[in-house]
Write a protein that binds this ligand. Structure first.
Ligand SMILES: *Cc1c(COP(=O)(O)O)cnc(C)c1O
Length: 390
C-alpha cells in the first residue's frame, strides 16, 4: 500500500516537509534498504542484549567510541547517560533512581548550553547545576566558558558535566574535558542534531567526550524513534543494563559482554530506562541507516540538493545557502514580510507545506530539503510561488 494512501485511510493529511527532519513531522524518511532490514528483523527472535552488543561493534567502528547502544532517541539517550553517570555499576543506586538525592546526582551544565532537553537529564533524577554566564549569547561580552568556572563547581556531589554541542560552541568541549578528566567527571555531549557533517560522528570523541548522543531519526535516516548513546564502555554498559528487560533468572542469564557482572553486587531489576525499550526492528534499522549515512558521498548529495533547490527557487526572492555555510545541508533562505502569516497559509494549503521557522524572527523562512521527497519538489515550488508572490 502506498504510504499516502494509508495515511488517507486514517483521515490523516500527508504533509510536504521542507522544514527538516523535525520530530513533530515524523523525522527522517527511511530508505528502502532500511525498511527491508526492519521487516526481516521483525520476523525472527533474538536476544536483545546480544543484538545491542552487535550494535556496539558497528557504532564503535563508525564513531571511534569504545562502545555504543541503540536507544529510542537522543532524548532517551540523555536520560540513560545521566542514569549511568550517577549509578555506574552500583545496583542499589540503579534501584533508587530517579530518587538520587542520596548520592552524587549533580550535572554541571553551562548556561550557554542549557536547552529544553535538560529535562531529559533531570528525568533520571539528576539535579542540574547552572554554571558560567551567557555573555556571548546575549552579546554582553566576549568571554566563553573558562576552566576555573568548571573546576570551582565540581564537588563530591558532581556526577557529570553536560554540553549541547554546535559548530559555534564546540570549543568549550576540550576546556571541559581538561577540567573534568582530572577529577574523574564524565563529559556528556548532546550532539543529537549535529549530523551532517558525518565527520561529527567521530569529532566529539576525538575532542575527549566520554558520552555522546545522536538522534537516529534525523540526518542518519533511521527509524524515527531511534538514537545512539556512545562512549566509554563502562558507562554505556551501565546504561544498557538499565534499559534492558531485566526479569532474568540468576541461573541462566547470559549477559552481553558490555555488561560487567563482576562489577555489580547482583543482577539489577528493571532499571530507569525500562520504559525506553528499543525494539529489534529499530536496532537493525538504525544500524543499516548508520552504515548508509557513514558511506554516503556528501559532496554528491549536497550538489544534487542544490540543483533541486535551484529549480524550486525559480521566480522567488530567495538565496541558496551552500552546505559549507549552513554546516549541514544546502538550504533555500526566503526573505518574507510576515513569516508567521506565510507559514500559516502554507500549512493550510492542500497538501499542507511546512518550511523551517528557525529564523522567522529575522524575517526569513527556510526550505530545508532533508526530508523533502524529490517527487514533491514541483508541488512545493507551486505552493511557494502562489503564497509568496500573492
Ligand atoms: C532533536 C534533539 C534531541 C532529541 O532527539 P530525539 O532523537 O528526537 O529524542 C535532543 N537534543 C537536541 C539538541 C536535539 O536537536
Amino acid at each position: 500500500m502506498k504510504p499516502d494512501h494509508f495515511y488517507a485511510t486514517l483521515g490523516v493529511k500527508r504533509r510536504i516537509n521542507a522544514a527538516g527532519t523535525l520530530t513533530r513531522l515524523g523525522g527522517a524518511l527511511m530508505h528502502e534498504e532500511v525498511l527491508a532490514a526492519m521487516a526481516a528483523a521483525a520476523r525472527a527472535s533474538v536476544d536483545i542484549g546480544e543484538l545491542q552488543q552487535a550494535a556496539s561493534r558497528t557504532i564503535s567502528r563508525l564513531t571511534g567510541a569504545q562502545a555504543g547502544i541503540v536507544t529510542t532517541g537522543a532524548s532517551a539517550a540523555l536520560t540513560l547517560a545521566a542514569a549511568a553517570a550517577m549509578t555506574r555499576w552500583d545496583i542499589a543506586k540503579m534501584a533508587a533512581l530517579p530518587q538520587a538525592e542520596g548520592f552524587a546526582n549533580e550535572i554541571l551544565l553551562p548556561r550557554t548550553h542549557y536547552t529544553g532537553y535538560a529535562h531529559a537529564l533531570r528525568a533520571a533524577g539528576a539535579r542540574i547545576v547552572d554554571i558560567g554566564h551567557n555573555d556571548r549569547g546575549t552579546g554582553a561580552g566576549v568571554r566563553g566558558l573558562e576552566p576555573w568556572e568548571i573546576e570551582s563547581a565540581i564537588t563530591p556531589r558532581t556526577a557529570a558535566f553536560a554540553i549541547s554541542a554546535n559548530a559555534a560552541n564546540v570549543s568549550d568541549l576540550p576546556v571541559a574535558v581538561k577540567a573534568c578528566r582530572a577529577k574523574g567527571i564524565p563529559v556528556l555531549v548532546d550532539a543529537a542534531a549535529q549530523l551532517p557533517p558525518k565527520s561529527n560522528l567521530k569529532k566529539f570523541f576525538q575532542l575527549g567526550a566520554d558520552l555522546v548522543v545522536f538522534s537516529g531519526g534525523k540526518a542518519i535516516g533511521g527509524p524515527q524513534a531511534s538514537g545512539i548513546l556512545a562512549g566509554r564502555r563502562d558507562l554505556v554498559g551501565s546504561a544498557l543494563v538499565q534499559q534492558l528487560d531485566m526479569d532474568v533468572p540468576h541461573a541462566t542469564w547470559v549477559p552481553p559482554s558490555l555488561i560487567d557482572l563482576r562489577k555489580m553486587k547482583g543482577i539489577p531489576h528493571h532499571g530507569l530506562g525500562r520504559g525506553f525499550k528499543v525494539g529489534k526492528e529499530e536496532i537493525v534499522g538504525l544500524l543499516v541507516a548508520l552504515e548508509r549515512f557513514a558511506a554516503a558521498d556528501d559532496k554528491a548529495s549536497n550538489a544534487a540538493l542544490e540543483r533541486r533547490l535551484g529549480k524550486i527557487s525559480r521566480g522567488l526572492n530567495g538565496r541558496i545557502v551552500p552546505a559549507s555555510e549552513t554546516g549541514r545541508v544546502p538550504q533555500l533562505h526566503l526573505k518574507v514580510r510576515n513569516p508567521a502569516a506565510v507559514s500559516r497559509r502554507l500549512q493550510a494549503g492542500n497538501p499542507p507545506v511546512h518550511l523551517s521557522e528557525r529564523y522567522a524572527g529575522q524575517g526569513m523562512l527556510i526550505v530545508d530539503p532533508q526530508a523533502l521527497r524529490p517527487e514533491d519538489d514541483a508541488t512545493l515550488a507551486a505552493a511557494l510561488r502562489k503564497v509568496l508572490n500573492a
